[in-house]
Design a protein around this ligand. Structure first.
Ligand SMILES: Cc1ncc(COP(=O)(O)O)c(C=O)c1O
Length: 303
């Protein structure tokens, strides 16, 4: 079946979706993007896109930071996404990559005199990280780019050179991923996902102002935890707190909820996936598939 992308206001065949080699976003990393998942609900024969408006609102904010004018409203982005998924006939889990980017064919980093363009690349996709096993991670020797360098709050393509170094060196050292510190040595997040630690039944995660991408999944988990009566604290986290946590997990659209069982060779708890991460993960997978009436408001039906 022909696959379609959305590009320059049209639904185009994947093989024809091309950008010229001199495109600014390619030469300078001047694109902002989102990762959005669609979950297939077999019982309802429905594809649900999870928290699409929140992702597109963040895309618009990322673009604003990067002097980009969004060509569409949140509602229009959602409509385009629905149409694209329908056109591709997806009836399985999938992942969309919308990109708002600088399209000038010019040399020089300036964001002025530089038109904005938009495209969505859809993919059929299951797990990005194995969510069933516990992850073994390390603390990266790389530091997270700061708000005054390449702001992590904006999901800027060029900023992901930082994530690429972190992920690759962790992989080459035999770890599943790494936890990243800021320049002051405080915990930020994973290579491309947020982090929660659990101590004495309480969820602890980094503050929004601590050089993280403020994740849609992070916000979802904070709401789910509050409803489950699990206390949540947003605060600065020391590196050594990681080692004495009872449990920890990564979260993100790609990572979903991925429990961590070992950090820098120290086992968390008994070294197995812990009970709170297990419960939250189970609830999360039901929520994203539209199986929990209370949270169906977060699931946008495609068909
Ligand atoms: C650096 C970074 N942090 C956190 C996240 C998680 O964000 P979200 O839950 O909105 O996907 C991502 C994922 O896209 C990311 O790239």
């Amino acid at each position: 079946m022909t696959e379609y992308y959305f590009m320059n206001g049209e639904y185009v065949e994947a093989s024809k979706a091309m950008i010229p080699v001199r495109t600014h976003a390619f030469l300078y990393g001047t694109a902002v993007f989102e990762g959005i998942r669609g979950y297939w609900n077999e019982e309802e024969k429905q594809l649900y896109v999870f928290r699409a408006p929140e992702h597109y609102q963040r895309l618009i904010h990322s673009g604003k930071i990067m002097h980009m004018e969004s060509p569409y409203t949140v509602e229009e982005y959602c409509e385009i996404t629905r149409n694209l998924l329908k056109k591709n006939g997806y009836k399985e889990n999938c992942y969309m990559r919308p990109n708002l980017y600088k399209s000038a064919q010019k040399v020089g980093p300036g964001l002025y005199d530089n038109p904005d363009a938009f495209m969505i690349i859809p993919n059929k996709m299951g797990d990005y990280i194995d969510t069933s096993k516990g992850l073994r991670v390390c603390v990266s020797s790389w530091r997270r780019n700061s708000d005054n360098a390449i702001p992590p709050r904006a999901k800027v393509a060029g900023g992901y050179a930082n994530a690429a170094l972190i992920k690759t060196d962790a992989h080459n050292a035999g770890f599943d991923d790494a936890i990243v510190l800021d320049e002051a040595g405080k915990v930020t997040e994973g290579s491309a996902m947020n982090l929660f630690i659990i101590q004495n039944g309480k969820l602890i995660t980094t503050k929004k102002t601590d050089d993280i991408l403020v994740g849609v999944t992070r916000n979802t988990i904070i709401e789910l935890a509050k409803d489950l009566g699990i206390p949540v604290e947003e605060r600065a986290i020391d590196r050594t707190e990681l080692y004495i946590s009872d449990e920890a997990f990564y979260c993100g659209t790609g990572a979903q909820i991925s429990p961590i069982v070992e950090i820098d060779g120290r086992k968390l708890g008994d070294g197995k996936v812990g009970p709170i991460a297990t419960d939250l993960q189970k609830l999360y997978f039901d929520v994203v598939c539209g199986k929990v009436p209370k949270y169906k408001k977060w699931c946008m039906p495609v068909y």
